[in-house]
Design a protein around this ligand. Structure first.
Ligand SMILES: [Zn+2]
Length: 361
């Protein structure tokens, strides 16, 4: 990578460098010191990592922070600030019912359930929905990707392809409808899926996803961290099972509620906040070390916008984002950007990476 950088700079003469310096100073001087508008972060445009790697070169260490639900205003504010400071992009898997105000609940009918029901709450007041739409718009301006966490968060649905299509169709409808209230999300830009509770019949889900133009999913589980594979034309970024020292070194799927289940059977004990945050951070750091030194597979970090155990899991993910995203060779980005990167690579190189042993902790 160093040699490549040197080659790019060679043609620049001293005079050229002076002109560049002058222009930079001019631009800095012209910036309005009172401007409070947040400046776009550097990570909003793909860095120089978006290229084909040379033979023998190690891939960047991608870290894929993802947040399911994506409804809470308070969490959006905290995360957007943090992502800007940490040079990070991430993916939010939105629950579609959060775009419906409570009195619009009748617009949703989950397959096999009565009209107007959901296993999570609807979007609250019209004002709350409007605030959420603003948050989503700000997020997208900062390069954050929006995928689907479907609508009513039904765990282990035994839905058929057609039923999943109905569920996805309604999600797209809610997004389209929110456009009237100002949401700037083109339904066709929704490419990714995270299944509620990571559960469903994948054959049926994938057929439904493909029919609606989705290209990736992150809901399966892998033993250790592995490179994504394409199944039925859908890229699958599996959530890894890793060891959790604070839970007797048990192997746990690295998503917030599974870690919580392993730590105290998901009992909501707020006094455990810091202890659980430390335990979770330990898991994240070990997984990052393992991929960095091992197969360099993209590392997915799965969380919800929740305050389980006093917010310990969210705190761990935030601390990890702050410390990992600015590390050399680490790139915190979105699933779609990693797909773009993979599609730039020589297929033989990707195959070779896939053949490397899973990164284990
Ligand atoms: Zn969920």
């Amino acid at each position: 990578m160093g040699a490549r950088g040197a080659r790019n700079w060679r043609p620049i003469t001293l005079a050229g460098a002076l002109i560049v310096t002058f222009v930079i100073l001019l631009v800095i001087g012209m910036r309005d010191p009172d401007a409070t508008e947040p400046q776009p972060v550097a990570a909003a445009t793909p860095g120089d990592w978006m290229r084909k790697i040379t033979p023998g070169e190690r891939p960047p260490q991608f870290v894929l922070f993802s947040y399911d639900g994506a409804g809470s205003h308070e969490q959006w504010q905290r995360l957007l600030d943090l992502a800007a400071k940490s040079d990070a992009r991430f993916t939010a898997f939105l629950s579609g019912v959060y775009l419906l105000a409570d009195d619009q609940r009748k617009q949703y009918t989950a397959p096999g359930h009565p009209q107007g029901q959901s296993s999570i709450s609807f979007g609250g007041s019209l004002d709350q929905v409007r605030t959420r739409i603003n948050d989503l718009n700000t997020a997208m301006q900062r390069g954050i990707e929006i995928g689907t966490h479907y609508n009513g968060h039904y765990c282990s649905p035994k839905w058929t392809t057609q039923q999943w299509q109905t569920e996805l169709h309604q999600f797209v409808q809610f997004v389209g409808q929110a456009g009237v209230q100002g949401l700037k999300l083109d339904p066709a830009a929704i490419k990714g899926s995270r299944l509620p509770c990571l559960e469903g019949k994948f054959d049926a889900v994938f057929d439904a996803m493909r029919s609606r133009g989705l290209t990736y999913d992150s809901s399966q589980v892998s033993d250790g961290v592995l490179w994504p594979v394409k199944e039925k034309d859908i890229w699958e970024f599996a959530m890894p099972m890793v060891r959790m020292p604070a839970a007797g070194n048990k192997k746990v799927t690295m998503v917030d509620y599974q870690l919580w289940e392993a730590l105290n059977r998901s009992k909501d004990d707020k006094s455990k906040r810091d202890e659980f945050a430390r335990a979770t951070l330990e898991v994240y750091r070990a997984a990052h070390d393992a991929t960095m030194r091992g197969n360099r597979a993209p590392l997915p970090i799965g969380n919800h916008f929740t305050d389980w155990a006093g917010g310990g899991f969210g705190a761990a993910a935030e601390q990890f984002m702050a410390e990992v995203c600015t590390k050399p060779e680490t790139v915190c980005t979105t699933f779609s950007e990693v797909i773009k990167w993979m599609e730039l690579q020589d297929p033989a190189v990707l195959d070779q990476l896939r053949r490397l042993p899973a990164a284990q902790t």
